[in-house]
Design a protein around this ligand. Structure first.
Ligand code: XMP
Length: 211
């Protein structure tokens, strides 16, 4: 089973398509974020999907009132996104507005140091919300495997855990898989490497050996 997600945080479409093409065979999905959408336009989602045949995750971290979340999400799903990453802290109504249009992956905690300030103290409530709303998945930090274990214990089994923070941010594939992650999100360690294909293959094999 493929469990690697490429975080394609580049601006240029040509670079994005090249890296995606080279690494697609090792990936479960491709995650696009604001840098690529701002640099290349929303149409890049459809192009990546057509070129690779892979699911596309739009990491917009939506955090607005339900009506605005709905307006944004409807364009992004229409552009071909299969999943949209949505913040949970804005409340159930805002998350539901996106879920009514398509699959959602909800942020429960983040991988950077600042996440300890406001987000981590809210994790329990966000897990409870996820168990109630049943999104496709949640995002949890590969940089803190002990938090991934904690979240896995409290989260319904049917909800997937996607973990960014491996490689450039210091997280380890083995530790986070042991903690209960379903999918590993990797950006810089692949797209800035001399050979994105080789880096993706290495991480893919590491995941295979631990899964
Ligand atoms: P790197 O280059 O660090 O890229 O491998 C990681 C990707 O994942 C995003 N990211 C996060 N997204 N919660 C999220 O929802 C997080 O804790 C988190 N940490 C990193 C980041 O924007 C990049 O696309």
């Amino acid at each position: 089973m493929k469990r690697l997600v490429l975080a394609l945080d580049v601006y240029e479409k040509e670079t994005a398509l090249k890296v995606a093409g080279e690494t697609a065979r090792y990936l479960w999905a491709i995650k696009v974020n604001w840098p690529l959408i701002l640099g290349s336009g929303l149409g890049v989602i459809g192009e990546l999907k057509r070129e690779t045949g892979l699911p596309i995750i739009a990491d917009l971290k939506l955090a607005d009132i339900p009506n605005t979340n709905r307006l944004i999400a409807s364009r992004v799903f229409r552009a071909g996104a299969d999943y949209i990453i949505t913040h949970g802290f804005v409340g159930r109504d805002s998350v539901r507005a996106v879920m009514e249009l398509g699959e959602v992956i909800m942020v429960t905690e983040m991988s950077h140091p600042g996440a300890r300030e406001f987000l981590q103290p809210s994790t329990d409530g966000l897990i409870e919300m996820a168990n109630e709303l049943e999104p496709f998945g949640i995002v949890a930090p590969a940089t803190r495997p002990e938090r991934v274990s904690y979240i896995r214990r409290k989260l319904d089994k049917s909800i997937k855990i996607l973990t960014p923070g491996v490689g450039a941010q210091g997280g380890s594939v083995h530790k986070v898989l042991r903690a209960g992650a379903d999918y590993i999100i990797v950006g810089r360690s692949i797209y800035t490497s001399e050979s994105p294909r080789e880096s993706a293959r290495r991480i893919y094999e590491e995941i295979g050996g631990s899964g």
